[in-house]
Design a binder for this molecule. Structure first.
Ligand code: SF4
Ligand code: SF4
Length: 338
C-alpha cells in the first residue's frame, strides 16, 4: 500500500495528466460526470457519477467504419483514433465490477475489437465508498464498496489518498508516479473499511437477496403472473438502460454522407418498441414482454450463461432515475419463483 497527502493531490493529478489522459468525476449542473482533468478542476465529492464509467469503453455512439466512394471504387476506412493510454480515476466499486460483466460480453468470441482496444488502453483507478446512498445494494452481488476492484484501488481519508495496485497496469501507473508516493501501513484504510461496512449493513436495501434466483426454473420466472402488474406503468423510456453500467445492447446503422457511408453504432434499449425489429416485425410486441426481457436477462439468462454472475451490480442508478419508480429491486422482491 502507498499513500500521498491530499495537499499533493492536484500535483499528482497534473503529473499523471501530463503522461496520459486523465478523467475524474467533476460536478457539472448538479450531477457528477467524468471529465478530463485540467488545472483548476476539482474532483466531485458525490458518491457516484450520473452516468457510469462504461462510456469510456463502450461509448454511447461511435463510428465503426467509413466507406468512401471514388467513381466505381469503394475505399474502406477504419476511423478509430483511440491509440493513447488513459486513466479513469474514482470509479466506484459497483462500476468497477461492471467491467467483469461487460468483458464477458465484448471479449467473448467474436471479440469486439473496439471495446478491447479501449480496455487495453484504459487503466481503472477505483475509489472506495465511505458514504453509500440509500439506493445502493452492491453487496447483494458480493461487491464490497470498501474494497473496490480495478487496476488500482484507492481509499481517500480526510488527509491522505491510499493506493494499492492490483494488476500489471496498476503497478506501472504507481511506479510511474513513484515520486509522489510513500510506503504506508494499512491501518487507516482498515479503519475506514470497517466503518463503511457497518454503514452498508444498515442501508435500507442491505437484505436484498438473489437467493431465490439461484438455479431457478427459467420458465417459472418467465411465466410469472407478476410481470403484468410490474410492467403496467412502464413508459418504455429506456432511462434505466441508459444509466445502467452493465446494459450493453446496441444498434448498428449506416448514414449516407453524400459521397460514402458512415457505419456507426449507438446504445439501444430492450425497453424500446423497435428494439431487435427484423424484417418479419418485432419479436416482443408488448411492453410487458420488453420489460420482462430486461429483468430476465439480468437475473436469469446472464447468470445461467456466465457461471452464476448476475447482470446487475447494485449501483442504484435505475432506482434513482426511473420516472415511475420501478426498478430491479422491486422486481426481485415481487417475483414469486417457488
Ligand atoms: S440494473 Fe439498476 S442497479 Fe443494477 S446495475 Fe443496472 S442501473 Fe445499477
Ligand atoms: S426507466 Fe422506468 S419507465 Fe423507463 S423504461 Fe425503465 S422501468 Fe420503464
Amino acid at each position: 500500500m502507498q499513500s500521498l497527502p491530499l495537499s499533493k493531490l492536484n500535483d499528482f493529478f497534473a503529473a499523471l495528466a501530463a503522461k496520459q489522459a486523465l478523467y475524474l468525476p467533476v460536478d457539472n449542473g448538479g450531477q457528477a460526470q467524468f471529465q478530463p482533468w485540467k488545472k483548476g478542476v476539482k474532483m466531485s465529492r458525490a458518491l457516484n457519477t450520473a452516468r457510469s464509467a462504461k462510456d469510456f469503453f463502450f461509448p454511447q455512439t461511435e463510428n465503426l467504419v467509413d466507406f468512401k466512394m471514388k467513381g466505381k471504387n469503394i475505399e474502406i476506412i477504419d476511423p478509430r483514433t483511440e491509440k493513447e493510454d488513459f486513466v479513469v480515476f474514482g470509479v466506484r466499486a459497483c462500476d468497477a465490477r461492471s467491467f467483469s460483466i461487460l468483458d464477458k460480453v465484448f471479449l467473448a468470441d467474436p471479440v469486439d475489437t473496439y471495446y478491447k482496444s479501449r480496455r487495453e488502453h484504459g487503466t481503472i483507478v477505483s475509489l472506495a465508498c465511505t458514504r453509500p446512498e440509500e439506493t445502493c445494494f452492491c453487496q447483494t452481488f458480493g461487491i464490497d464498496a470498501a474494497a473496490p476492484e480495478g487496476d488500482v484501488s484507492a481509499w481517500m481519508t480526510e488527509e491522505e489518498l491510499f493506493l494499492q495496485a492490483n494488476t500489471e497496469k496498476g503497478e506501472k501507473l504507481l511506479s510511474d508516479m513513484a515520486e509522489f508516493l510513500t510506503e504506508a501501513g494499512s491501518e487507516k484504510v482498515e479503519a475506514q473499511q470497517e466503518q463503511t461496512r457497518a454503514v452498508m449493513k444498515k442501508l435500507p436495501l442491505a437484505n436484498v437477496s438473489t437467493e431465490k434466483f439461484n438455479d431457478v426454473d427459467l420458465m417459472k420466472v418467465f411465466n410469472s403472473p407478476k410481470w403484468a402488474e410490474l410492467s403496467s406503468s412502464c413508459l418504455g423510456c429506456g432511462a434505466c438502460t441508459f444509466v445502467c453500467p452493465t446494459c450493453q445492447c446496441y444498434d448498428i446503422r449506416d448514414f449516407d454522407t453524400g459521397n460514402g457511408v458512415k457505419r456507426f453504432r449507438c446504445w439501444d434499449s430492450c425497453m424500446y418498441s423497435d428494439f431487435t425489429k427484423m424484417a418479419h416485425g418485432n419479436p416482443r410486441l408488448t411492453q410487458l414482454e420488453r420489460f420482462r426481457q430486461r429483468f430476465m436477462h439480468k437475473l436469469v439468462y446472464f447468470p445461467n450463461n456466465n457461471g452464476g454472475e448476475y447482470g446487475c451490480v447494485g449501483c442504484g442508478r435505475c432506482l434513482a432515475k426511473c420516472p415511475i419508480s420501478m426498478n430491479i429491486v422491486k422486481v426481485m422482491k415481487a417475483l414469486e419463483v417457488e
